[in-house]
Design a protein. Sequence first.
Lengths: 457, 390
Amino acid sequence: MSREIQQVLRLVMLLGKQRGVRVQAAGGLLVLLWTKTGAAVQSLNCTVAGAGPWCKGIKMKTLEPDLKESMFPRMSPCPSVPDPEELCAFTDLYGSLRLLLSFQMRDSRLFIPEWCVRIEEFLRMFSLVNAGIKTQLKLQFSQQTFQQEFRVKIKSKVARAKQPSLMLDVTCRTQPPECVKKGCWCQGGHPLCGSRLPLSIPPEAMERGLFGELSIQPVTLLTPCVLQYPNLATQLTNIQVLVCSPSNVPVTGPSTFFQNLPNELDCQELGLHSLHCSLDHVNSGATVYTAKQENLQDSEQELSLPSVQQTLLLFLFLQHSDPFTCHLSDSMATEALIEHHLEGILSNNRQAVTTALQTELKNALKGLNRGKKNHEKLRSAAEVILSSSISIVSCSSNLDFRNACLSSMKVRDTHELSASLRESLRRVTSWKFIPRGKCYPTQVEEQEGDEPTGREI
Amino acid sequence: MGSDVAELFPEIEKLRVQLLHNVEVTADFRRVEEEISHQEVLTRIENIILGIVTSLSKDEAPVLTLPNRSSWANVSFDSAIGLQMSSGSDVTAVRSDCASSVTKFAQILKILSVIYRLVQSNSYATKRDIYYNNTQLFGSQNTVDHIVDDISCMLKVPRRSLHVLATSKGLISGDLCYMEEDGTRIDCRSNSAAVAVSPNIGGIRNIVSSAKFVLIVEKDATFQRLLDDDFCSKLSPCIIITAKGVPDVNSRLMVRKLWDTLHIPIFALVDADPHGIEIMCIYKYGSVAMSFEAHSLTVPSVMWLGLLPSDLRRLRVPEDALIPLTKTDENKLNSLLQRPYLSSQPDWQKEMELMQQSKVKAEIQSLAAIAPDFLTSIYLPNKLRYGGWI
């Protein structure tokens, strides 16, 4: 089912591209899945509805033949219509419908709960890379409704050379630590656009009709942003790789190339101890690597601060151009070919892709690694500062001086003074805040409902 | 021998009388070197630590404030003293919450704790000892040297009161005997070998000398030449001293000590080039970096004996012994001419302008082109006999 939704979205996005729809074009996308229990057969229905400027100029009548051609044979037109109230609620928000497509899967026993997760993940990823479109998912089964809205609080436009710009969802969903003052936490991320890498098309793909120029555009996003805290210890916990087709629709499905990629990367150069492909996220459509930092010595563990955990998103946007591909059906077919031969394409360009990704990851993690070095410098200097200060206090015979130090820190003896000074120095240095113009300060009213909402009606 | 010098070198005697008179006149204005007590040094260090603790108690990152010792904007000129640090001088903040400065903050604290223990136990250590105790923290000897001077300036305490000694690089020879702090007797009267300048000038006592003048020699090569030619015997009684180039603090302190104790003319023998002139100015007027301690380091009465740019013309030094000024030399000369102390030295100014016009410089060794022993047999004796100093 997610494949079908993917096809529909691909079609709409390619249409938009052809019509020159701008990346900032907003609007809504509703994916509604519902079941109707008949006498003998349960059927699963799906409606994809679009409203707003992003689907401007779509004419359903001219779209239907292309849709029929590109849909899987086992899909059939949906005999029933979705609940008008559901559509009303949607159009109230986003305007009149420009896209409305419904189809049905005959045997809904084939529909398993894991599909919900996959569809949800797919739409989440779609929303990440098409942040101008507000995406909603509604599931209605056995008179129960589950609704999810993929809210985008902060968007960032990423310019690309010779390509339309991207609109990414850079909202940071990590709650700030308690000690962070109001207005002092960046709620967004700052995507880094890497260098475009041309890809050579392998012979087997060419034989199937894939021609033209193919390339990959990496974009990295490290969240949460801690640029305003230059001394903060951070720890990279995972890297998520998300591939998008030329129509900006996420490419789902496990990839052997990306699963094996950690073995090809130089972890030491990235400042990591190891990277392992996590099989827990196979359904997500993104390849996830679990990152491990270098092992700290025991003494360093004791003295190290609780660090902020960061995730690195690595977007890989496939780009394709072929002057002989101008019809929508050709574009759809090309995208299908690219997806089908993606493993072969990546393997054919293994060295170049690996080197390029190593470079992009290194650049993306530069700030994190610099922060680590700063943190280590501060930590080792703090030891000297504390030991030197305590040494002077301890061996001073000036009672006034000693008492002034102890009472200042509200402690009873030099042992407590040492602990108290250490804690205070750690606090003031780690959480040193330097505001940056490009960061997104916390808004009190937006602190509620950051997560994608889900409720039962 | 002393009376022979007075007869043979009447000009030196005249200068000595004149200088003595100036010393009496300006005695009221001469700042007597303050002896900072051990307790005062400890208290000043404790105040720094208390400041740090107080900052942390308010959840503020501690910051150390160091007077900027490298800026000309922070010094003023007094003809009786030389270059001295102004009261409202610029400062540099060394923060403990900034990765670029935290290491320096830690280094300062470490050295403060070492100094605290030295002063408290009335023991001494050299800068080298401090460096080798923690090479990983300090990285280089230079770092320790700078920080010790920074601390001296920050606490407004002479370095010798911090109980940190520096290895001296200077040499001294001539009519001079004294006793070191540990009781060692030093006799500088050896004809062939010089004595290293003491690392603890403040501890020197019982200075005995009949010297009629002190000759500061810029270069070690020239100094050795004077030793080889038995200069101190020929022009006895006198004292010669060299710091082998840019003078270290101990050599400057020694020259100042000789002046304070003996009140005899002090002459400088430097190359006729901008570098040599600058070295001479450091002895006479001090340096920007050590301006906070000018009172104990400068000797404003230093006279320029040679090699003067006008000497080159007068003595017809062969042209092949002369060296064209480089661009760096010209820039240095321009900078010297703009120094605040030159306005009180019109004769020096004239000599430097002569060098600017002629666009040549010369080392003292160039006099050997006239005759091998010209320096010690003719040049210096005549200069001293006929008052050839400015």
